[in-house]
Design a protein around this ligand. Sequence first.
Ligand code: SF4
Length: 276
Amino acid sequence: MPLPIPGSLTPTKVTTFRECAFAFRLAVIEKVPQPSNIWTMRGSIAHRVLDRLYYDVPKGQRYENVAREIFESVYQSYITQEPFSSLIEPMTKESINTYKESIWTMVAADFYMEDPNKVEVIGTEIMLETEIDGVKLRGIIDRLDLNDDGSLTVVDYKTGRMPSAIKEQEKLMGVHFYAYLCESVLGSRPRSVQLLYLKEKTTIESHPTERSTRALKIKAGAIWKAVVYACENDDFRPRPSHLCGYCHYSLICPANNLYTERENARPSAAGTHLTH
Ligand code: SF4
Protein backbone atom coordinates (compact mmCIF):
# COMPACT_ATOMS: atom_id res chain seq x y z
CA MET A 1 0.00 0.00 0.00
CA PRO A 2 1.42 3.44 -0.88
CA LEU A 3 2.61 5.49 2.09
CA PRO A 4 2.09 9.24 2.55
CA ILE A 5 4.79 11.35 0.95
CA PRO A 6 6.53 13.67 3.45
CA GLY A 7 5.85 17.40 3.12
CA SER A 8 9.48 18.55 2.97
CA LEU A 9 13.16 17.64 2.93
CA THR A 10 15.58 18.78 5.63
CA PRO A 11 19.31 18.05 5.99
CA THR A 12 18.49 15.52 8.75
CA LYS A 13 15.89 13.74 6.62
CA VAL A 14 18.32 13.55 3.69
CA THR A 15 21.03 12.02 5.90
CA THR A 16 18.60 9.53 7.48
CA PHE A 17 17.25 8.42 4.08
CA ARG A 18 20.74 7.93 2.68
CA GLU A 19 21.93 6.01 5.76
CA CYS A 20 18.90 3.73 6.18
CA ALA A 21 15.57 4.01 4.37
CA PHE A 22 13.80 1.91 7.02
CA ALA A 23 14.89 4.30 9.79
CA PHE A 24 13.59 7.14 7.56
CA ARG A 25 10.22 5.43 7.26
CA LEU A 26 9.93 5.02 11.04
CA ALA A 27 11.10 8.55 11.85
CA VAL A 28 9.54 10.60 9.06
CA ILE A 29 6.54 8.67 7.74
CA GLU A 30 5.36 6.79 10.82
CA LYS A 31 6.68 9.40 13.25
CA VAL A 32 7.76 6.81 15.81
CA PRO A 33 9.16 8.92 18.67
CA GLN A 34 12.91 8.76 19.23
CA PRO A 35 13.60 8.54 22.96
CA SER A 36 16.05 11.11 24.34
CA ASN A 37 19.29 9.97 25.92
CA ILE A 38 21.97 11.82 27.84
CA TRP A 39 24.08 12.19 24.69
CA THR A 40 21.35 13.86 22.63
CA MET A 41 20.57 16.03 25.67
CA ARG A 42 24.23 17.01 25.87
CA GLY A 43 23.97 18.40 22.35
CA SER A 44 20.71 20.23 23.13
CA ILE A 45 22.18 21.91 26.22
CA ALA A 46 25.39 22.99 24.45
CA HIS A 47 23.34 24.39 21.54
CA ARG A 48 21.03 26.27 23.92
CA VAL A 49 23.95 27.88 25.81
CA LEU A 50 25.66 29.03 22.58
CA ASP A 51 22.34 30.25 21.24
CA ARG A 52 21.84 32.44 24.33
CA LEU A 53 25.47 33.59 24.39
CA TYR A 54 25.33 34.90 20.83
CA TYR A 55 21.72 36.12 20.80
CA ASP A 56 21.24 37.57 24.29
CA VAL A 57 24.72 38.93 25.00
CA PRO A 58 25.95 41.90 22.93
CA LYS A 59 29.24 41.76 21.05
CA GLY A 60 32.05 42.93 23.35
CA GLN A 61 30.55 41.27 26.43
CA ARG A 62 30.77 37.62 25.37
CA TYR A 63 33.39 36.25 27.75
CA GLU A 64 33.94 32.76 29.11
CA ASN A 65 32.68 33.65 32.62
CA VAL A 66 29.46 35.02 31.04
CA ALA A 67 29.08 31.77 29.08
CA ARG A 68 29.60 29.77 32.30
CA GLU A 69 26.80 31.70 34.03
CA ILE A 70 24.48 31.01 31.09
CA PHE A 71 25.56 27.36 31.14
CA GLU A 72 24.75 27.00 34.86
CA SER A 73 21.31 28.55 34.39
CA VAL A 74 20.48 26.45 31.29
CA TYR A 75 21.72 23.25 32.99
CA GLN A 76 19.61 24.05 36.04
CA SER A 77 16.49 24.54 33.92
CA TYR A 78 17.06 21.18 32.17
CA ILE A 79 17.60 19.37 35.48
CA THR A 80 14.16 20.33 36.71
CA GLN A 81 12.40 19.13 33.56
CA GLU A 82 11.61 15.84 31.90
CA PRO A 83 13.08 13.91 30.23
CA PHE A 84 16.45 15.13 31.53
CA SER A 85 15.66 14.74 35.23
CA SER A 86 14.73 11.05 34.75
CA LEU A 87 17.74 10.40 32.54
CA ILE A 88 20.28 11.55 35.11
CA GLU A 89 18.42 10.19 38.17
CA PRO A 90 20.11 6.76 38.12
CA MET A 91 23.60 8.29 37.67
CA THR A 92 26.02 8.74 40.56
CA LYS A 93 26.93 12.23 41.73
CA GLU A 94 30.42 11.75 40.36
CA SER A 95 29.26 10.68 36.90
CA ILE A 96 26.76 13.56 36.79
CA ASN A 97 29.62 15.98 37.50
CA THR A 98 31.78 14.42 34.79
CA TYR A 99 28.88 14.52 32.37
CA LYS A 100 28.09 18.16 33.21
CA GLU A 101 31.72 19.20 32.73
CA SER A 102 31.80 17.40 29.36
CA ILE A 103 29.01 19.72 28.19
CA TRP A 104 30.84 22.77 29.50
CA THR A 105 34.03 21.64 27.73
CA MET A 106 32.14 21.73 24.42
CA VAL A 107 30.77 25.21 25.10
CA ALA A 108 34.21 26.47 26.19
CA ALA A 109 35.70 25.00 22.97
CA ASP A 110 33.88 27.71 21.03
CA PHE A 111 36.17 30.32 22.65
CA TYR A 112 39.17 28.38 21.36
CA MET A 113 37.75 28.10 17.84
CA GLU A 114 36.59 31.68 17.36
CA ASP A 115 36.45 34.99 19.20
CA PRO A 116 32.79 35.52 20.15
CA ASN A 117 33.46 39.24 20.60
CA LYS A 118 34.36 39.60 16.94
CA VAL A 119 31.18 37.99 15.68
CA GLU A 120 28.38 40.18 14.31
CA VAL A 121 25.31 38.01 14.70
CA ILE A 122 22.26 38.48 12.49
CA GLY A 123 20.28 35.75 14.21
CA THR A 124 20.32 32.33 15.84
CA GLU A 125 18.06 29.30 15.37
CA ILE A 126 16.69 30.70 12.12
CA MET A 127 14.13 28.54 10.31
CA LEU A 128 14.35 28.89 6.52
CA GLU A 129 12.13 27.33 3.90
CA THR A 130 12.19 27.32 0.10
CA GLU A 131 11.26 25.15 -2.89
CA ILE A 132 13.16 23.44 -5.71
CA ASP A 133 10.91 22.18 -8.50
CA GLY A 134 7.96 21.76 -6.15
CA VAL A 135 10.02 20.11 -3.37
CA LYS A 136 9.89 22.00 -0.09
CA LEU A 137 13.32 22.36 1.57
CA ARG A 138 13.53 23.35 5.20
CA GLY A 139 16.32 23.87 7.67
CA ILE A 140 17.20 25.59 10.92
CA ILE A 141 20.43 27.58 10.86
CA ASP A 142 22.20 27.60 14.25
CA ARG A 143 23.74 31.02 13.65
CA LEU A 144 23.93 33.53 10.81
CA ASP A 145 26.81 36.05 10.93
CA LEU A 146 27.40 39.27 9.05
CA ASN A 147 30.99 39.62 7.81
CA ASP A 148 32.85 42.94 7.54
CA ASP A 149 32.38 43.03 3.76
CA GLY A 150 28.60 42.61 4.09
CA SER A 151 28.62 38.92 3.17
CA LEU A 152 27.06 36.17 5.28
CA THR A 153 28.46 33.15 7.12
CA VAL A 154 26.31 30.23 8.23
CA VAL A 155 27.50 28.49 11.41
CA ASP A 156 26.36 25.02 12.43
CA TYR A 157 27.46 23.59 15.82
CA LYS A 158 28.25 19.89 15.86
CA THR A 159 28.38 18.05 19.17
CA GLY A 160 28.94 14.56 17.75
CA ARG A 161 32.11 13.06 16.35
CA MET A 162 33.75 14.44 13.24
CA PRO A 163 32.89 12.40 10.16
CA SER A 164 35.33 10.26 8.22
CA ALA A 165 36.46 11.55 4.80
CA ILE A 166 33.55 9.78 3.05
CA LYS A 167 31.01 10.96 5.58
CA GLU A 168 32.43 14.44 5.30
CA GLN A 169 31.15 14.59 1.72
CA GLU A 170 27.65 13.75 3.01
CA LYS A 171 27.91 16.40 5.72
CA LEU A 172 28.94 18.89 3.06
CA MET A 173 25.69 18.21 1.29
CA GLY A 174 24.02 19.54 4.46
CA VAL A 175 26.32 22.57 4.21
CA HIS A 176 25.25 23.31 0.65
CA PHE A 177 21.64 22.71 1.67
CA TYR A 178 21.96 25.56 4.21
CA ALA A 179 23.75 27.73 1.65
CA TYR A 180 20.96 27.23 -0.87
CA LEU A 181 18.28 28.03 1.74
CA CYS A 182 20.12 31.21 2.61
CA GLU A 183 20.56 32.26 -1.01
CA SER A 184 16.99 31.48 -1.91
CA VAL A 185 15.29 33.08 1.12
CA LEU A 186 17.66 35.96 1.94
CA GLY A 187 18.82 36.64 -1.61
CA SER A 188 22.51 36.24 -0.79
CA ARG A 189 24.72 33.18 -1.20
CA PRO A 190 26.78 32.91 2.03
CA ARG A 191 30.50 33.48 1.66
CA SER A 192 31.10 30.46 3.82
CA VAL A 193 29.39 27.74 5.81
CA GLN A 194 31.22 26.58 8.92
CA LEU A 195 30.67 23.32 10.76
CA LEU A 196 32.08 23.75 14.27
CA TYR A 197 32.97 20.32 15.74
CA LEU A 198 33.07 21.34 19.40
CA LYS A 199 34.36 18.03 20.72
CA GLU A 200 37.38 18.00 18.44
CA LYS A 201 37.77 21.80 18.36
CA THR A 202 37.85 21.61 14.58
CA THR A 203 36.07 23.70 11.97
CA ILE A 204 35.14 22.39 8.55
CA GLU A 205 34.60 25.38 6.28
CA SER A 206 33.12 25.39 2.82
CA HIS A 207 32.71 28.20 0.32
CA PRO A 208 29.52 27.72 -1.70
CA THR A 209 29.69 28.45 -5.42
CA GLU A 210 27.24 28.49 -8.29
CA ARG A 211 28.48 25.02 -9.18
CA SER A 212 27.94 23.62 -5.66
CA THR A 213 24.43 25.10 -5.62
CA ARG A 214 23.65 23.46 -8.97
CA ALA A 215 24.97 20.11 -7.68
CA LEU A 216 22.84 20.46 -4.53
CA LYS A 217 19.72 21.03 -6.63
CA ILE A 218 20.43 17.91 -8.70
CA LYS A 219 21.13 15.78 -5.60
CA ALA A 220 18.08 17.06 -3.70
CA GLY A 221 15.90 16.32 -6.76
CA ALA A 222 17.30 12.77 -7.02
CA ILE A 223 16.81 12.08 -3.31
CA TRP A 224 13.27 13.41 -3.48
CA LYS A 225 12.50 11.10 -6.43
CA ALA A 226 13.87 8.15 -4.44
CA VAL A 227 11.74 9.11 -1.41
CA VAL A 228 8.59 9.39 -3.57
CA TYR A 229 9.35 6.01 -5.22
CA ALA A 230 9.88 4.39 -1.80
CA CYS A 231 6.56 5.82 -0.53
CA GLU A 232 4.58 4.81 -3.61
CA ASN A 233 5.96 1.27 -3.51
CA ASP A 234 6.28 0.90 0.25
CA ASP A 235 9.92 0.07 -0.32
CA PHE A 236 11.99 1.21 2.65
CA ARG A 237 14.63 -1.44 3.12
CA PRO A 238 16.71 -1.61 6.29
CA ARG A 239 20.40 -1.03 5.71
CA PRO A 240 22.31 -2.67 8.56
CA SER A 241 25.61 -0.94 9.33
CA HIS A 242 27.66 0.15 12.32
CA LEU A 243 25.02 2.88 12.73
CA CYS A 244 22.55 0.25 14.05
CA GLY A 245 24.43 0.52 17.35
CA TYR A 246 23.28 4.14 17.69
CA CYS A 247 19.84 3.70 16.11
CA HIS A 248 16.78 4.56 18.21
CA TYR A 249 14.82 1.85 16.38
CA SER A 250 17.21 -1.08 16.79
CA LEU A 251 14.82 -2.87 19.17
CA ILE A 252 11.92 -2.83 16.72
CA CYS A 253 13.96 -3.23 13.53
CA PRO A 254 13.66 -6.62 11.77
CA ALA A 255 17.26 -6.28 10.57
CA ASN A 256 18.70 -5.58 14.00
CA ASN A 257 21.86 -7.67 14.59
CA LEU A 258 22.29 -8.46 10.89
CA TYR A 259 25.30 -6.18 10.67
CA THR A 260 26.90 -7.66 13.81
CA GLU A 261 26.26 -11.21 12.57
CA ARG A 262 27.70 -10.38 9.16
CA GLU A 263 30.78 -8.77 10.72
CA ASN A 264 31.28 -11.72 13.09
CA ALA A 265 30.96 -14.18 10.21
CA ARG A 266 33.63 -12.36 8.20
CA PRO A 267 37.07 -14.04 8.47
CA SER A 268 39.53 -11.98 10.45
CA ALA A 269 42.74 -10.73 8.83
CA ALA A 270 44.69 -13.38 10.78
CA GLY A 271 42.24 -16.11 9.66
CA THR A 272 42.59 -15.10 6.02
CA HIS A 273 46.35 -15.24 6.32
CA LEU A 274 46.28 -18.78 7.76
CA THR A 275 44.22 -20.22 4.90
CA HIS A 276 46.84 -19.18 2.32
S1 SF4 B 1 18.70 -0.80 13.36
FE1 SF4 B 1 20.00 -0.45 11.54
S2 SF4 B 1 18.88 -1.34 9.81
FE2 SF4 B 1 17.43 -1.08 11.53
S3 SF4 B 1 16.47 0.90 11.20
FE3 SF4 B 1 18.20 1.24 12.54
S4 SF4 B 1 19.92 1.77 11.16
FE4 SF4 B 1 18.31 0.82 9.92
